[in-house]
Design a protein around this ligand. Structure first.
Ligand code: BTN
Length: 266
């Protein structure tokens, strides 16, 4: 991973790289490593694999992870100075970083479907899974897993409608290392801004600029119930602000709900 080290312009994010050709899941690997060998030096460690045999998605879904074409990586934050209930906000910080990096590398506009799916032409190109380990009442480590569909040429029929890759969107193969480096650079910068206020206040404007749900009708699926409203933006805590059909406002928290467009995924 010498190439990554040369490409990176960060102080700490991705400075220590672990690479495996094949692994069950980079999230599982990073967690085991942090558990067994955890120390200050783990701050910013990045676990990368070319293929995952048991890639994990949100809501216990599977993240299909073929070899040779995509990015599967997990970033470790060691003893982050944040309250545990704020960990999910880091998923939005990473979503913003991945969307900006994907756009810069491919030249194609990338948007965000709240809370953290990165989307091009209405289809997902990137998913993020954040996990935390607590020691007493503080996070000992938070790991942020990122999967980006980079050079994948084909998707199984069941995913075709919902998933795409940068290759399919910009019609050329892209360098995975440069993309990883760009994601790390944006993340480091955004994370430092996040720590300044302990929330998303300083990132909200950038996030909302590419938030695809903004001013759109959404369906909110919550504990088996479906309701509708118009998404108006996010709060500094990363909740989605919804204007209800009667004009009142409410906030929805990412752990609890799933949001869809009226007729489509976004
Ligand atoms: C989602 O459901 O959208 C989240 C998908 C997260 C996938 C990435 S790939 C690298 C890391 N390792 C995993 O097992 N999952 C995450």
């Amino acid at each position: 991973m010498m190439q990554l080290e040369t490409a990176l312009q960060t102080k700490w994010a991705g400075r220590k790289v672990f690479w495996q050709e094949e692994i069950d899941s980079t999230n599982v690997w990073a967690k085991k490593y942090a558990r067994d060998f955890g120390s200050e030096e783990m701050q910013g460690a990045l676990f990368l694999a070319d293929k995952q045999t048991a890639g994990k998605g949100r809501f216990d879904r599977i993240w299909v992870s073929p070899s040779g074409e995509n990015i599967y990586m997990t970033l470790v934050l060691w003893k982050p100075p944040i309250e545990p209930w704020k960990a999910s906000q880091l998923t939005l910080v990473m979503g913003l970083s991945a969307a900006q990096a994907a756009k810069e590398i491919s030249g194609v506009r990338a948007g965000i479907k709240w809370p953290n799916d990165v989307v091009m032409s209405g289809k997902k190109i990137c998913g993020i899974l954040t996990e935390m380990h607590m020691e007493k009442d503080k996070p000992e480590y938070i790991i942020i897993g990122v999967g980006i569909n980079v050079n994948q040429k084909k998707f199984p029929v069941e995913l075709c409608e919902k998933a795409t890759s940068l290759y399919l969107e910009c019609k050329r193969e892209l360098d995975r290392i440069s993309l990883v480096a760009k994601v790390m650079e944006h993340f480091e910068d955004h994370y430092e801004r996040f720590l300044q206020t302990g929330d998303l206040s300083l990132l909200k404007e950038d996030y909302e600029r590419i938030l695809l749900n903004k001013d759109q009708q959404v369906r909110i699926l919550e504990k088996g119930e479906e309701s509708r409203g118009i998404a108006r933006g996010i709060t500094p805590l990363g909740e989605l602000l919804i204007e209800n059909t009667d004009g009142t406002m409410r906030k929805v928290f990412s752990g609890e709900v799933s949001v869809r467009g009226l007729y489509s995924y976004v």
